[in-house]
Write a protein that binds this ligand. Structure first.
Ligand code: FES
Ligand code: FES
Length: 154
């Protein structure tokens, strides 16, 4: 029997009905809730474009079964900051003019936000290590490094 799954996303409660509880959280966020920040890149946990926070930890929503996160606190890029009160990483991304095509931004910022929460003043090596599983085909890596360091100083 299909049962509703309760999700808390960016502080708002949602209830969705899915045919398959193993459906990726990414599909629920994008298709059921209309939240477009988490991106579909590889679908195989290889690029990070789909990253969201679940109870504060960065997870790849393309390989996270939606039923496994019921009643947990999910945060997407849209919930990280607001235009009035942006997250320091969002401010730093603008200051460093990081984005090119922008497709990868969600994954880098969500992963870096979790990293900075855990390690507020990371070394270059810690930043590189923490973000090593992410992909940017536009080659913005040096600008990303500057932005994360700027956000850490903010
Ligand atoms: S789309 Fe999830 S890691 Fe690439
Ligand atoms: S800015 Fe284009 S893939 Fe990263």
């Amino acid at each position: 029997m299909t049962e509703p799954i309760r999700l808390e996303v960016n502080g708002h409660p949602y209830s969705i009905v899915v045919d398959d509880p193993d459906m990726p959280l990414l599909y629920a966020l994008r298709d059921d809730l209309g939240l477009s920040n988490p991106r579909f890149g590889c679908g195989l946990a290889q690029c990070g474009a789909c990253t969201v926070h679940v109870d504060g930890a960065a997870v790849r929503s393309c390989v996270t079964p939606v039923a496994s996160v019921k009643d947990k606190k999910i945060t997407t890029l849209a919930g990280l900051g607001t235009p009035e009160h942006p997250h320091p990483l969002q401010t730093a991304y603008i200051a460093e003019q990081v984005p090119q095509c922008g497709y990868c931004i969600n994954g880098w910022i969500m992963t870096a936000a979790a990293l900075l929460k855990e390690t507020p003043h990371p070394s270059d090596a810690q930043i590189r290590d923490g973000l090593s599983g992410l992909k940017c085909r536009c080659g913005t890596h040096l600008a990303i490094l500057r932005a994360v360091k700027r956000a850490a100083q903010a």
